[in-house]
Design a protein around this ligand. Structure first.
Ligand code: HAM
Length: 423
């Protein structure tokens, strides 16, 4: 026997039952983005390494430790994208999207790659959906982005979600605050974990986000950003909070929220799931007013978010939202007599105009076919034998309740539509 292969650690296959949930997660997102006026952008999965070093940030864990980087045949350094934002900005500049509209509103979906330690909700190839609004400093844009994420997660059925927001101030305020935090931590380094020593050197603000208990104790007394924010940054954050309230979004301000990427200025936010916890966010983002310039463009304010599909699926499972509600098949058509197959064939092709239909290729014993239908997750089995052929009907058996009804062929479509509702 030849060698057996397995999916690489931190990657996973999506089988049909899972893909169905994924497709719904994607469809609801696309539909909402359309209604908010966003257009789709698709960017490559690999780019020049330097794009992420400059974009995601050279000092971040993502770039320092987690990128899949390799030379191509010409010796250029390429990396699989660890996130979408730098690529979207590169494309925005490369295609002069600023000339097409004052503000570009883009959405995207696809795989991202981070060489992280795999665990619950943590993969090496994971999938994000996200949006970026490029070209406006308005707090209204921050709010639109946050509301879209919030409404989206609710639209797919999640109830137990929480939102935390914070401001890191503009570039100047952020630098000032970073200095204040550095001074504060300098005297307390001996009480910080090993990772935080490293963070302290690269970006002291990241220490504020540490989840290690001893670090949390130190951080509890850290100075808050409020004291160093300038008037404009204060008023920007006030506006964001005011409009979030007006939009009916529940949120709390978490002055320790920093996020793991270095490009953020002013608003940052994260949505977490009650069951899976604050430490593993469903999605997050913020404003990044310096990134376009950092990537060679003119000074252009922007804001966006990304959410992780695997994490959304876990949260849906924890709330049992998807369980049992979505069938892979609407109807399994079972011919049970030798001379009923042609009739079953015609019925199946007729029903396929509107429904997902499995036609069993051979006439088999009814019990075997019903067992197969239920294994496949069919909502109904349409049984046709000699009587049904004669009467021009089919017996529709509801697989969950066991209820059955003989329905005329010419009424089967409208009857099923009513029964299946929005499924
Ligand atoms: P991020 O916080 O690095 O932000 O990732 C966003 C989401 O991706 C996380 O909330 C999480 O759901 C998911 N995620 C991240 N890493 C993993 C992993 N290893 N396994 C599974 N899921 C993961 C960004 O990526 C920014 N681009 C967001 C943004 C857009 N900011 C402005 N615009």
């Amino acid at each position: 026997m030849g060698k057996k292969f397995k999916a690489m650690r931190g990657t996973h296959d999506l089988l049909p039952e899972d893909s169905q949930v994924w497709r719904r997660i994607e469809t609801v997102f696309v539909d909402l983005c359309w209604r908010y006026g966003y257009g789709e952008i698709r960017v490559p999965v690999f780019e020049a390494t330097e794009l992420f070093e400059r974009g995601t940030g050279f000092a971040t864990d993502v770039v320092q430790k987690e990128m899949y980087t390799f030379p191509d045949k010409k010796g250029r350094s390429l990396s699989l994208r660890p996130e979408g934002t730098p690529s979207v900005i590169r494309a925005y500049l490369e295609h002069g999207l600023s000339r097409k509209a004052k503000v570009a509103k883009l959405y995207y979906m696809g795989p991202m790659f981070r060489y992280d330690k795999p665990g619950a909700g943590r993969y090496r190839q994971f999938h994000q959906l996200g949006i970026e609004v490029i070209g406006t400093p308005s707090p209204q844009a921050d709010v639109e982005v946050i509301v879209l994420l919030w409404e989206y997660l609710k639209a797919i059925g999640l109830k137990d979600i929480g939102l935390r927001v914070n401001t890191l101030g503009c570039k100047e305020c952020r630098e000032r605050y970073s200095g204040v935090v550095r001074d504060f931590l300098e005297d307390r380094l001996d009480r910080l974990c090993e990772d935080c020593h490293d963070r302290f050197k690269r970006n002291p603000l990241r220490v504020l986000d540490c989840k290690v208990a001893t670090c949390k104790e130190v951080i509890a007394d850290a100075p808050e950003i409020g004291a160093v924010l300038d008037e404009e940054c204060v008023s920007h954050f006030d506006e964001v909070q005011r409009y979030l309230g007006a939009a009916g979004v529940d949120f709390h301000v978490d002055s320790k929220l920093v996020r793991g990427l270095d490009y953020y200025t002013r608003t940052v936010f994260e949505v977490y799931h009650g069951a899976t916890g604050v430490d593993s966010s469903l999605g997050g983002g913020g404003r990044y007013d310096e990134l376009v310039r950092e990537l060679g463009g003119p000074s252009t304010p922007a804001v966006g978010f990304s959410a992780g599909i695997e994490r959304i699926v876990l949260a849906l499972k924890a709330e049992e939202v998807a369980a049992g509600q979505h069938h892979l098949l609407d109807v399994y058509v079972a011919s049970i007599a030798d001379n009923s197959f042609d009739y079953a064939f015609d019925l199946a092709y007729e029903l396929r105009k509107d429904f997902r239909v499995w036609l069993e290729y051979e006439s088999r014993r009814p019990q075997k076919q019903l067992a197969a239908a239920s294994k496949m997750g069919a909502a109904y089995t349409a049984i046709v034998g000699e009587d049904e052929v004669r009467n021009k009907t089919a017996v529709f058996k509801h697989m969950e309740s066991g209820e059955q009804a003989e329905i005329r062929w010419d009424e089967a479509g409208s009857w099923l539509k009513k029964k299946l509702g929005g499924n």
